[in-house]
Design a protein around this ligand. Structure first.
Ligand code: FES
Ligand SMILES: [Fe+2]
Length: 468
């Protein structure tokens, strides 16, 4: 156990969580104990990861019937699999006999999953197909014909642009309502590839001693940290701030922050019109977007966002080959495997149909920037990992340490003469802020957290939830 700020039972922490929800909603302060308390993490597993739409995997990872990957929803093990008929399924990786995991390898191709304990066998659509020595079962034993002993499936599974999400609660709003207004921004980022997106290689997977919310918050919108946390790489590797300070560069109206549905956030960097980032034109088609979205896309240089709770994305020009940039997308999952331990999953994607050379260069470039060995990411780790340490300190307890989220209640949009004529932000959904220090977008992780943890969550059909 990595430290506990109060007696370790959920009943005790419930009152503190309720108070934290009120503090988050009323004055944007986040009590520090939510970054380190074991009981909070256990409540999050139940109330957030047990009721939210959680990313499972991308269709391109399992292109053929029988392809599968092991995945997790919170800490629950699932199999992301394409069945013999081509349908993508999410199956609970637990035998209906005694609960043993039926699939023990990270990825592969199989028509059936055979439990290693007593040999019950399930088709890759989850249905029980074989029970050894079934004919010797006593007559008054449980009736396999009558009982439903197929592998469990989440009550809700949905996909967007090939990305599959699952929700363990039947009472949560359907996926399209869950993403709500945020779809407008997701479309600008994801709905531009003619034949969709392709995951390159296997996702990176690594553990960091920090709390999952900190990664999600950073991706939801933290332009504020760029000049400070990433000072060395921005100045030395990218040449920013050579003629003016980094703070001047970042306060020049380049960034936009958006918040939608009280729980999803994004920030993006704008610049001179640079169509569709720099993906090859022959694999890009933005005709499905409306005029406002296309105007937005024309000046977008980098997208970063978080779909609550823990699905993040980052699209950027990651490197150049001669005069041509190589754009790529990183998709993240901040998996909470402990109060102070996050397993980070990092998928790198390119539009389907790029050349082998482009795919290779884009992958290497994303690897060299946003991965454990990249030149940006270790900067973030260094600052994120010390926050839970402070949160569980004696000093924090004595001071009832609260952490601050700034500005967004006060600042509106700032003038951006160069691009204002291209962007009609008033038409954009959700809330928009252009102040580089604004925490408006990042705070969506906590407003979403408060909504789910206080029990008022996005659960449009509570009567169905009660039937579980
Ligand atoms: S636990 Fe799976 S067959 Fe017994
Ligand atoms: Fe960062």
């Amino acid at each position: 156990m990595s430290g506990s700020n109060s007696p370790s039972n959920v009943g005790d922490v419930d009152g503190r969580v309720e108070a934290a929800c009120r503090a988050i909603e009323s004055d944007a302060k986040v009590p520090a104990f939510v970054f380190s308390h074991r009981d909070v993490w256990e409540l999050e597993l139940e109330r957030i990861f047990g009721r939210s739409w959680v990313f499972v995997g991308h269709a391109s990872e399992i292109p053929e019937p029988g392809d599968y990957r092991l995945r997790y929803i919170g800490t629950d093990p699932y199999i992301f699999v394409r069945d013999e008929g081509g349908t993508i399924r999410v199956l609970f990786n637990s035998c209906r006999h005694r609960g043993t995991e039926v699939c023990r390898s990270e990825k592969g191709n199989t028509s059936h999953f055979r439990c290693p304990y007593h040999g019950w066998t399930f088709s890759n659509d989850g249905s029980l197909t074989g029970v050894p020595f079934k004919e010797t079962f006593r007559e008054d034993c449980f009736d396999l014909e009558e009982e439903d002993v197929d592998l469990f499936e989440p009550p809700q599974v949905d996909s967007y642009a090939g990305f599959y999400f699952a929700c363990l609660d039947a009472g949560t709003d359907p996926f399209d309502e869950w993403i709500g207004d945020f779809e407008w921004y997701l479309d600008v980022n994801f709905d531009i590839a003619t034949d969709g997106w392709e995951v390159v290689g296997d996702p990176h997977r690594y553990e960091l001693d920090t709390n999952w919310k900190l990664g999600a918050e950073n991706f939801a919108g933290d332009t504020y940290h760029h000049p400070s946390t990433h000072h060395s790489v921005l100045t030395e590797a990218y040449g920013f701030g050579q003629e003016e300070s980094l703070h001047e560069t970042f306060s020049g109206g380049m960034s936009r922050l958006v918040a939608c549905e009280g729980k999803h956030g994004a920030d993006f960097i704008t610049g001179p019109p640079d169509e569709l980032l720099d993906f090859p034109a022959d694999v890009i088609d933005a005709s499905g977007l409306d005029d406002e979205q296309r105007a937005f896309l024309e000046v977008a240089q980098k997208f970063v966002g978080n779909l609550f709770p823990n699905f993040s994305f980052l699209t950027m020009d990651a490197t150049r080959n001669g005069e041509e940039f190589r754009s790529a997308m990183s998709v993240r999952k901040w998996r909470p495997i402990g109060p102070n331990t996050t397993e980070i999953w990092n998928w790198i994607l390119v539009p389907t149909g790029v050349s082998d050379e482009y795919r290779e260069e884009a992958y290497r470039a994303m690897h060299a920037t946003f991965s454990p060995s990249g030149n940006f990411e270790p900067d973030d780790y260094a600052v994120w990992r010390s926050i839970p340490d402070a949160a569980e300190s004696i000093t924090a307890r004595k001071h009832d340490l609260e952490t601050y989220r700034n500005n967004f209640q006060h600042l509106g949009m700032i003038d951006d003469a160069e691009y204002a004529d291209r962007l009609n932000e008033s038409e954009w959904p959700g809330e928009v802020d252009a102040a580089p220090s604004s925490d408006m977008a990042g705070h969506t992780v906590y407003s979403g957290w408060a909504e789910m943890m206080s029990g008022s969550g996005s659960r449009g059909r509570p009567e169905e939830a009660d039937e579980r």
